[in-house]
Design a protein around this ligand. Structure first.
Ligand SMILES: NC(=O)c1ccc[n+]([C@@H]2O[C@H](COP(=O)([O-])OP(=O)(O)OC[C@H]3O[C@@H](n4cnc5c(N)ncnc54)[C@H](O)[C@@H]3O)[C@@H](O)[C@H]2O)c1
Length: 86
């Protein structure tokens, strides 16, 4: 079985579409998102509706991805938006 992947900003436009693609391929996707940008809750609901338990969500604010790189290595995607949404 493929190990889970982590997407920061995973409830945003690019992140949610990437999560959808990976979950459709059978991956478990851990989504970290602050939900700071208006409308991202809808993206998250859409993902959960389509993929259920394959989508694991944590409402989190990421300052940097460097700490996660050690653990997630090539299974980490960062798709957070510009500073104004953080
Ligand atoms: N959409 C495009 O066409 C496009 C093109 C080129 C580059 N980009 C860049 O790609 C990135 C993602 O774009 P997008 O369109 O998906 O943006 P988006 O705003 O839809 O998604 C970004 C997500 O990151 C979350 N977020 C922001 N700061 C965060 C933080 N500190 N911790 C956790 N979550 C945080 C937001 O709540 C949002 O859900 C941006 O940096 C953007 O500038 C986008």
């Amino acid at each position: 079985m493929n190990p889970p992947v982590l997407i920061t900003g995973g409830a945003g436009f690019i992140g949610a579409n990437l999560a959808d693609r990976l979950a459709s391929e059978g991956r478990t996707v851990r989504v970290y998102d602050s939900l700071a940008r208006p409308g991202t809750e809808r993206n998250l609901a859409w993902l959960r509706d389509r993929h259920g338990e394959r989508i694991r969500f944590d409402q989190a604010i990421s300052a940097t991805a460097s700490g996660w790189r050690t653990r997630w290595r090539d299974r980490l995607w960062c798709s957070t938006s510009p500073r104004r949404w953080r």
